[in-house]
Write a protein that binds this ligand. Structure first.
Ligand code: ASP
Length: 429
């Protein structure tokens, strides 16, 4: 069985086991005997531990992989002047896609009216967090201590340091450049081997994560918020499959079907972990190995995308803003919607690729159009599930841009892209 199918099986079984427990034993008032034992030792004990160990093991590789891979890419690119064009195209596409994502989500939400006739809670338990200023955010991109950046897994700082480091390697010249490139390429092979080893554990990790999650998820909130929930899910699918598929076809002439087939496992990882960051090792490996994107493009665009490109998050923020405006009966008007497009694009850039942050940066969007941030309390209940689905869209968006940029820069191995028998998890480096 292929890894993708194994992960899928783990996901389905985990969901069934969790749901069964949720329905049959999880909510019984007298949680005694077997039900209590299962809750404490199996769902909150064993499954929780294995799921957390799985996510930690993925995160363990993120910083070393991004650093080493990016140094390899920048060192190889150093001699050429392509870096500027590559970075420009990547960032430009990221911003365009996100802007379209928000516009699409606002349009759908305005048509569906998910927030009409919503009962507002009398007391709200959501307090707005502090949002750093744009000036502080810009200053923060340059690391004052690169080791600290690595300790904190601050992706933008790591990207800046690695790019400079790789570029400097290419500039030293002579034996030093050659030896360092060989050294980093070897190191890269070792870390990729670690990624491949961990990928084999994914079906079990995914099973445990989903069983634990569904065992305790309250489904009644989804019924209450069905219109909001399904509007977000609909736009996520529309953008994640329809828009991305069309974009790949139109801008690169490649088959979207092949793209989605190969990206399946990455999206399943993203779905189960709800974290673009934790998924970086799998995204990077799949984009390079299965889709044939050159390391020089992938090592830059994937970690950057996992940090700044969040179309799925922006979609949730677009629908949520319209929903909250309707729930509070506030008309933000056309100018308000345009403002939402701008701020949701910025907010998604500022959203870190970890679970639940999109909801926090939503405060920025709401404040920009004068909506009450307490409105977030209305949607918090269904956000975990939406977070999982939107993270799948977030990582797919990063890969779409990597493929398009690589194709346009002639850094895509088209034969590899079309070869459907490639297996990132099995092939030797
Ligand atoms: N969980 C999302 C991600 O990691 C971010 C968010 O929308 O909260 O991509």
């Amino acid at each position: 069985m292929s890894l993708t199918n194994k992960i899928l099986l783990g996901m389905v079984l985990g969901t069934i086991v969790g749901l069964l427990f949720n329905v049959l034993g999880g909510d019984t008032p007298s949680k005694d005997g077997l039900s209590q034992w299962l809750q404490v030792f199996v769902f909150d004990g064993l499954f929780d531990a294995i799921g957390k160990i799985f996510i930690a093991s993925l995160k363990m590789l993120v910083v070393p992989l991004v650093f080493v891979s990016l140094v390899c890419g920048a060192a190889a690119l150093g001699g050429q002047s392509r870096m500027g064009a590559l970075a420009g195209k990547t960032l430009g596409l990221y911003v365009c896609c996100t802007t379209i994502a928000v516009a699409l989500s606002i349009t759908c939400a305005v048509l569906v009216q998910p927030g009409a006739n919503v009962d507002l809670p009398t007391a709200s338990n959501f307090t707005a967090p502090e949002i750093p200023s744009i000036k502080d955010t810009l200053i923060d991109i340059v690391p004052s201590n690169p080791l600290q950046s690595m300790v904190d897994a601050n992706m933008l700082q790591i990207i800046i340091f690695s790019l400079l480091f790789g570029f400097a390697i290419s500039r030293v010249g002579g034996d030093v450049t050659g030896n360092m490139i060989v050294f980093f390429n070897n190191l890269n092979d070792v870390i990729i081997r670690m990624v491949m080893m961990l990928m084999q554990l994914a079906p079990y990790g995914v099973f445990c994560l989903l069983a634990k999650l569904f065992a305790s998820l309250g489904f009644s909130v989804i019924v209450d918020l069905a219109k909001y929930f399904f509007t977000v899910v609909f736009v996520l699918f529309l953008h994640g499959i329809g828009f991305y598929g069309a974009l790949i076809k139109i801008l690169s002439g490649l088959s979207p079907v092949v793209f989605f087939k190969k990206m399946q496992k990455v999206m399943l990882f993203a779905f189960s972990t709800a974290s673009s960051n934790a998924t970086i090792p799998i995204t990077l490996r799949t984009v390079e190995h299965d889709l044939g994107v050159d390391n020089k493009v992938a090592s830059f665009s994937i970690p950057l995308g996992a940090t700044v490109n969040m179309d799925g998050t922006a979609i949730m923020q677009g629908v949520a803003t319209v929903f909250i405006a309707q729930a509070y009966n506030i008309d933000i008007g056309i100018a308000g919607y345009l403002m939402v497009i701008l701020t949701a694009t910025l907010a998604s850039i500022g959203t870190a690729g970890v679970p639940g942050v999109g909801l926090v940066t939503l405060t920025m969007v709401l404040q920009s159009v004068g909506l009450p941030v307490e409105g977030i309390a209305l949607i918090i209940g269904v956000d975990r599930l939406l977070d999982m689905i939107r993270t799948g869209v977030n990582v797919a968006g990063d890969a779409v841009v990597a493929v398009i940029v690589a194709k346009s820069e002639k850094m895509l191995d088209i034969a590899r892209y079309n070869n459907e028998s490639l297996n990132a998890e099995n092939d030797p480096v």
